[in-house]
Design a protein around this ligand. Structure first.
Ligand code: PNS
Length: 158
């Protein structure tokens, strides 16, 4: 079934982490095409602009030929309708992610009944990893090696 479909992996990716990349890699093996859709999350303050986040994700996923990185604004459900793709990928790290993800999946389905959300679990090495922690560590001069792709690390420590 999956073989005929593209899937969208949406997020704010501020910044992209190795956990995000792990999910992108897993998804790229399941679907012929993965669209990584970057947007602003209204409930977060972003460190990097949308354009920078897109550029970082493009560089980090350059080795995956079936991955495309785009940005969108407005409702995710409307963007999916526009590109006629209704499979969403989201990563689940721990039980603490579940409530937010569950609510978002059901709300998206409420907005458009065709939307299905598929949850992927990252490698256990990344279950503790979050963009906000990476930003805090970098801001306080800590090491982020192994937590984020190299291009992100360079940008963080500039
Ligand atoms: O990586 P994040 O910040 O957890 O991703 C959340 C994101 C960007 C996917 C979500 O906030 C979103 O879909 N924003 C677009 C606006 C929208 O559709 N909001 C309603 C979601 S049910």
């Amino acid at each position: 079934m999956f073989k005929e479909l593209a899937a969208v992996y949406p997020g704010s990716f501020d910044p992209p982490t190795n956990g995000h990349l792990d999910i992108i890699t897993r998804a790229s093996k399941l679907f012929p095409k993965i669209i990584v859709a970057v947007t602003d999350n209204a409930s977060k303050q972003h460190m990097f602009s949308l354009d920078v986040r897109v550029a970082l994700l493009k560089e980090a996923s350059a080795g995956l030929s079936n991955v495309e990185v785009v940005s969108f604004s407005g409702l995710l459900a409307n963007y999916l309708e526009k590109i006629n793709t209704f499979i969403l990928i989201r990563g689940l790290r721990a039980l603490s992610d579940f409530e937010y993800e569950f609510q978002m999946a059901l709300m998206n389905r409420n907005l458009n009944k065709n939307i299905e959300t598929i949850f992927l679990i990252p490698d256990q090495d990344y279950t503790f990893l979050s963009s906000s922690m990476v930003k805090e560590i970098a801001a306080l001069g800590g090491k982020t090696t192994g937590l984020v792709p190299e291009c992100v690390e360079k940008k963080l420590h500039k």
